[in-house]
Design a protein around this ligand. Structure first.
Ligand code: SAM
Length: 285
């Protein structure tokens, strides 16, 4: 009988190592980690250190600092972020879109044929959120549109997550909150219990890498709807506050901002008007 492989030994992570990781995550990405993440950090980064043929975290950090291309920083953040998501997560947000937001937007588009609908999934992980949005839009507006006029943008810091998003292939468990109708209309079996998002839905979305901690975002025009759900949980209060104000600048008057249900915006620091749990609106027509 074949012997079980010994589990890969996790490299020792000193206090100095851990502080370096924590500072880098905070300074470059706004992500705050407490001391309880030590085992996770050591485990995830050990794999990378070994892959590079290095012997210790100290050697790895020297390598990381010397890499001016930004590629290793990208590998580093890919390994440390959590990209957990699934289709139709927090379903009442999509119900609210169908019942309130989309009819209002359709009215605007009917009145002004040049009206540009724009939606942004900020922190899109592997695409589950933005593809759910695309499917809801397609159900609402009908298949006559090829989606290119429904400007759907999805961004994330993790290149790995964005690659998976563009591939659009998922395990069945990720689809379990979707209605049977949506599952059968918008997915094709991809073998081995996997499902692939239909090409007409994939075509509706533009994926881009963006660090939400960037000082300026490269958008000329504001959005009707921004989703930034279950992303700010990683940030401290100061970073969250500045991010919420940046989002406010990028929402059209009358547009909406959605956050995760486990997140809150302190009332005193909220430029948006509160609509219902985890849904906010910028005052306007
Ligand atoms: C838990 S997922 C949330 C996915 C989806 N929005 C949802 O609610 O299901 C958090 C995502 O935020 C991304 N993220 C974390 N920090 C970021 C940053 N500074 N800039 C952009 N994306 C970031 C992670 O890579 C990850 O994909």
């Amino acid at each position: 009988m074949e012997k079980a492989k010994p589990a890969e030994e996790v490299l020792p992570l000193s206090d100095t190592d851990y502080n370096f990781v924590a500072s880098l995550l905070y300074d470059r990405f706004g992500i705050q980690i407490g001391s309880q993440k030590r085992v996770l950090v050591a485990g995830r980064l050990t794999k990378r250190v070994r892959q590079l043929g290095l012997a210790s975290f100290a050697e790895y950090f020297t390598y990381l600092r010397a890499d001016n291309s930004g590629n290793e920083l990208s590998e580093f953040i890919n390994r440390l972020t959590t990209n957990h998501s699934f289709f139709c997560r927090e379903k009442d947000h999509y119900d609210f879109l169908r019942s309130t937001v989309l009819p209002d937007l359709k009215g605007r588009m009917d009145r002004d044929p040049r009206y540009e609908l724009r939606m942004w999934s900020a922190g899109c992980a592997a695409g589950e959120e933005v593809y759910t949005l695309a499917m809801v839009l397609r159900d609402f507006f009908g298949p006559s549109t090829d989606g290119s006029d429904l400007g759907l943008l999805a961004t994330d810091i993790s290149l790995q997550a964005l690659k998976a998003a563009k591939e659009g292939i998922y395990a069945a468990a990720k689809l379990s909150e979707l209605s049977t109708a949506m599952r059968s209309s918008y997915f094709r079996p991809a073998g081995a219990g996997l499902f692939e998002v239909a090409p007409e839905v994939k075509r509706m979305v533009l994926f881009k890498r963006l660090n939400l901690m960037a000082e300026k975002y490269p958008f000329k025009n504001p959005f009707d709807v921004i989703f930034c759900r279950n992303v700010m949980i990683y940030f401290d209060q100061a970073s969250r506050s500045s991010l919420i104000h940046s989002f406010y600048e990028h929402v059209k008057p009358g547009g909406y901002f959605f956050i995760g249900h486990s997140e809150t915006i302190p009332r005193a620091d909220c430029p948006f008007e509160y609509v219902q749990p985890a849904i906010y609106r910028k005052r306007g027509p």
